[in-house]
Design a protein around this ligand. Structure first.
Ligand code: ATP
Length: 308
């Protein structure tokens, strides 16, 4: 249906990453890191073929250059194709780093990451990133219409396809309520759109490329309860057709996930469904009680992730 342009999605992705992870001060370091990461490409790297979207982290360890302690230690999990995975844990635990390794912004020091059985270090980065969709916490919208922002990176698309992905992303309804609908102009920071609305436009944009693996970094701030519910509904609606990772700061967002991975100090400390983790009465269960307001006795470390 869509002719996919080669360079645009890569550019989009770099912008999203720059936009998401770095403030102005740190962005030059990030640009260097991303440009340098292209040197990680294997000389004879073949193209990644993704049929199902099975993802496997096999005892992955990693440290940023100069870090005193290991950033990730023995991270080990398997994701079934088409499943929804929540990654939760306190700030600085390593959630984003786990996902950065999937994009090969860095390679593991030890261990292997496989997609559909292929070591991602053996494939070209271009083909790897073509199969991954990324929605940052604070998505980049450029000056232009909402239609252009959704269509960015995909040639030959039409209004029907745009409305289809916007509906899936939970954006269609609010867009049609705007004065000029899909022709409404938005600015660099999304004009009058709320953080949650911008994130839904970005989800629609990612969906138009139809990646078999989608990574969503949930916004930490400026999200009211109703917006949060809408984003949660969008995520639930997308689940099943593709493998989805959600870095969640609100546990309720990933309550329906097939698998919730709890990360602390670079390690997976618990893993399971919402119900099984509650039954285990461990860290997740404590955190959940804090988030639903039943106790305030959880260690300070986890209060960083507390959700309103
Ligand atoms: P948050 O919820 O705040 O986004 P996180 O769980 O996603 O946190 P990461 O961003 O993965 O955590 O960071 C894990 C650790 O690695 C932290 O100690 C962080 O300071 C460090 N770190 C992250 N990015 C870099 C980098 N580019 N260079 C060096 N250290 C980094």
């Amino acid at each position: 249906l869509y002719t996919k342009s080669f360079y645009q999605p890569v550019r989009q992705l770099m912008l999203e990453v720059l936009d998401s992870y770095e403030n102005a001060l740190a962005s030059s370091k990030r640009i260097v890191a991303i440009l340098e990461s292209d040197r990680l490409d294997p000389a004879a790297g073949h193209d990644l073929q993704v049929n199902a979207g099975h993802v496997e982290y096999d005892t992955v360890s990693f440290s940023y250059a100069g870090a005193d302690e290991q950033t990730l230690s023995g991270v080990d999990f398997t994701v079934e194709p088409g499943s929804l995975v929540g990654i939760v844990g306190p700030t600085g635990a390593g959630k984003s780093t786990i996902m950065k390794l999937l994009f090969r912004f860095y390679d593991p020091d030890d261990g292997t990451i496989r997609i559909d059985g292929t070591d991602i270090c053996d494939v070209s980065q271009r083909s790897l990133r073509e199969h991954l969709g990324y929605v940052s916490q604070d998505p980049f919208l450029f000056y232009g219409t909402i239609r252009e922002n959704i269509a960015y990176g995909v040639d030959d698309t039409d209004q029907t396809a745009i409305e289809e992905v916007a509906t899936l992303a939970g954006a269609h309804e609010f867009v049609t309520q705007l004065g000029a609908g899909y022709s409404t102009q938005v600015g660099e920071r999304g004009g009058d759109l709320s953080g949650g609305q911008r994130q839904r436009i970005a989800i629609a944009r990612a969906l138009l490329r139809d990646p078999p693996i989608l990574i969503l970094d949930e916004a930490t701030s400026h999200i009211d309860n109703e917006t949060e519910r809408q984003i949660q509904r969008s995520i639930d609606a997308l689940a099943g057709d593709r493998t989805i990772f959600v870095i969640a700061h609100r546990l309720s967002t990933v309550r329906n996930a097939d698998q919730i991975i709890v990360v602390e100090d670079g390690r997976i400390i618990e893993c399971g469904t919402h119900e099984s983790l509650l039954d285990d009465s461990g860290t997740y269960a404590d955190l959940w009680r804090v988030q639903v307001g039943k106790t305030d006795s959880v260690s300070d470390t986890f209060l960083d992730t507390t959700v309103g």
